[in-house]
Write a protein of this length. Structure first.
Length: 173
């Protein structure tokens, strides 16, 4: 007879993963916050709240028509941004200061370029292959921070109040 699964085993069965994206040239004061988030992700992984985690370091944005965007790495970044914006659209969420195309004027040559800005820090949570949350995001008059998202991972799903984890499975996503 098989043993009853432990609480840690049940958490891993959910196959929850965390993907952290951090800006390499983040504003002054952001690095300690990034370090705290990395420490929290590591602790959640050790506690069995998440099965795996990854960190991607990127710049402050990408110009979709640039030579950089045509590289393999650039294509992965653009696909990630597109996935995040599709998730936000399906779940009535927005990214207040990131991921939407904006016109920028280069200080070097004065050229106008379309840029997609990145947040200082962004967290994507997946359950298996399904994107569950991208933070920071706004919706329903609230802003959901990276810390909110991590706090959500540390509590029982029935006690959850920060995110509607089921929204992606109930016709909204």
């Amino acid at each position: 007879m098989a043993a009853e699964p432990t609480e840690t085993m049940r958490k891993y069965e959910r196959n929850c993963t965390a993907e952290l994206f951090v800006r390499s040239l983040a504003p002054t004061g952001a690095h300690p916050q990034q370090e705290r988030v990395l420490d929290r992700i590591e602790a959640l992984q050790q506690e069995g709240q998440i099965a795996s985690a990854s960190v991607t370091v990127w710049g402050n944005g990408i110009a979709p028509e640039s030579a950089t965007a045509r590289t393999e790495t650039g294509q992965v970044i653009l696909e990630t941004v597109a996935e995040f914006t599709r998730w936000a659209s399906r779940n009535d969420r927005s990214f207040p200061s990131a991921f939407d195309e904006r016109e920028r004027t280069s200080m070097i040559d004065g050229d106008h370029r379309t840029m997609i800005p990145f947040p200082t820090m962004c967290l994507a949570i997946r359950d298996g292959d399904e994107l569950q949350c991208v933070a920071p995001c706004s919706g329903d008059g609230l802003t959901h921070s990276v810390h909110d998202c991590l706090n959500e991972l540390g509590v029982d799903e029935q006690e959850s109040s920060v995110h509607d984890w089921e929204s992606g499975r109930n016709g909204r996503g």
